[in-house]
Write a protein that binds this ligand. Sequence first.
Ligand SMILES: NC(=O)c1ccc[n+]([C@@H]2O[C@H](COP(=O)([O-])OP(=O)(O)OC[C@H]3O[C@@H](n4cnc5c(N)ncnc54)[C@H](O)[C@@H]3O)[C@@H](O)[C@H]2O)c1
Length: 435
Amino acid sequence: MRIAMIGGGYVGLVSGACFAELGHEVALVEVEPAKLKSLRDGGIPIYEPGLDTLVASNAKAGRLTFGDDIASAVAGVEAVFIAVGTPTRRGDGHADLSYVFAAVEQVARVLTGYTVIVTKSTVPVGTGRRNLDIIKSVRPDLDVDVASNPEFLREGSAIGDFMRPDRVVIGVEGERAREVLRRLYRPLYLIEAPILFTGLETAELIKYAANSFLAMKVTFINEMADICERAGADVHDVARGIGLDGRIGRKFLHPGPGFGGSCFPKDTLAMVRIAQDHGAPSRLIEAVVAVNDARKAGMAARIISAAGGSVRGKTIAVLGLTFKPETDDMRDAPSIPIVGRLVEDGAVVRAFDPEGMVQARPLLPANVVYCRDALDAAQGADLMVVATEWNEFRALAPERLKEVMRGDLIVDLRNLYEPATMKAAGFRYQSIGRP
Ligand SMILES: NC(=O)c1ccc[n+]([C@@H]2O[C@H](COP(=O)([O-])OP(=O)(O)OC[C@H]3O[C@@H](n4cnc5c(N)ncnc54)[C@H](O)[C@@H]3O)[C@@H](O)[C@H]2O)c1
C-alpha cells in the first residue's frame, strides 16, 4: 500500500520506517529544512537505537522517501498519517493543535481521490471530528474518512514497540476506512498483535488514559519512596512486593526524580483539561501533575541539602541529561530544573550524557561544562549526581570514581548502584527510597 506520513520526528520517522519495513511505500513529509536535509543525505536527525539501519535499508529499497512537498507525497496514497507535534499550549495546559490543523488543511487542499486521514499524534477527544470539519470547509467535494491511530511506542525501544506492539488501537467509523487500516496493519495482525477497533473519541481517549495511568503509577511509587525514606523501608522491595501481584504488575514501579519527557508531562496536563472541559474533572490526574511538578522542583533542594546546605563554589558532576536513557530527547527532562538551580546557587556543573549533549546546550545554563565521559565529568568533583540511568554508568568502578573525585558524596536519583558497594568504596551515598 502507498501511504504518506506528515512529520518526521520521533513518531513519524519511526512509524514511517516501520511501515516501509512491513512492505508499504511511505512518502514522509518533513518541513524542518535541517531534518529533511539530514534524512535526504542518509543521516538520522534523532537518536533511536536501530533506526539508522532501518531507515537506510528501506530508503535504499525505494519504499521510504523524504520530501517537503505534501502534494507529491499524497498523490495516489490510500492513507495519510498526521504525526506532527502536539506540545502544551502556552498558558493553559491544553494540547496545542495548531500543527495538526495546519497539516490537515494542507493535506486536504491537495488530495485527489478517496483517502483516510489518520491522526497518529496524541490529540484530545474530539480532534478527529474537528479535522473532518476542516477538511469539509476547504474541500466540500472531497471523499475522505478520518481515523485515530494513537502511537504507543517508547523512545529507546521504539522499533520493537512498533513491530511487536502490545496492541494497535484504531478509532474509525465506516467499513471502507476500516478496511484500509486493516490491510495496512495486516502484517502485525498476522503475528497476532491485538488490534482494537473503536470509535474515534474512544481511541483518542485511550492514548491519554494509558499515559495518565502510567504517570500515576510512577508518581505512586515516588510517593512510596518518600515514605520509605522516613520509615526506614526499602522502596525496591515494596515495588517487588506489590508488583508480583498480577493486578498491579511489576513494570513502571521504579522510583526517581519525577517523570519528564516529551509525553507524560504534556499528556497529563492535557488530560486534566480534557476532563475539565467535559465537566468530569479528574482529581486523580490533577494530583499526579501537582505531585510530579513539586517533586521535580524539589530534587535540586535535595541535592543541596545532601551537600550540607549550600553548593556555592562546589563542583558537581551530573551524569545523564536526557529524560531517560537510549534517547537524545531533552524535552521536559528532570535534569533541566536540577542543573538550572545548581548553577543558580553557585555550583560549577560538569555534565556528561552519551547522546543528549547537543540537545541539552540550549536548555541548560551557558556555563555548564560538557565532558567527554562520566569519569571526565567526575574529575575534581565535590559531589556526583546521577540524573539519567544510562547503562554505561552502571559499569563505573567505584574505586576509579573515588580516585578522580575530590569529594565523597554521590546523590543517585535513579538508584543505579548498591548502597553497600558505594559505602564500602568510601562514598556517602544517597539514593531514592532506600535505607
Ligand atoms: N515521542 C514519543 O515518544 C511519542 C510517543 C507516542 C506518541 N507521541 C505523539 O506523537 C506526536 C509527535 O511526537 P514527536 O515526538 O514525533 O514530535 P517531534 O516534534 O519529534 O516531530 C514532529 C515533526 O513534525 C514536523 N512537522 C510539523 N508540522 C509539519 C507539517 N505541516 N508538515 C510536515 N512536517 C511537519 C516537525 O518539523 C517535527 O519534525 C505528538 O503528538 C506526541 O505526543 C510521541
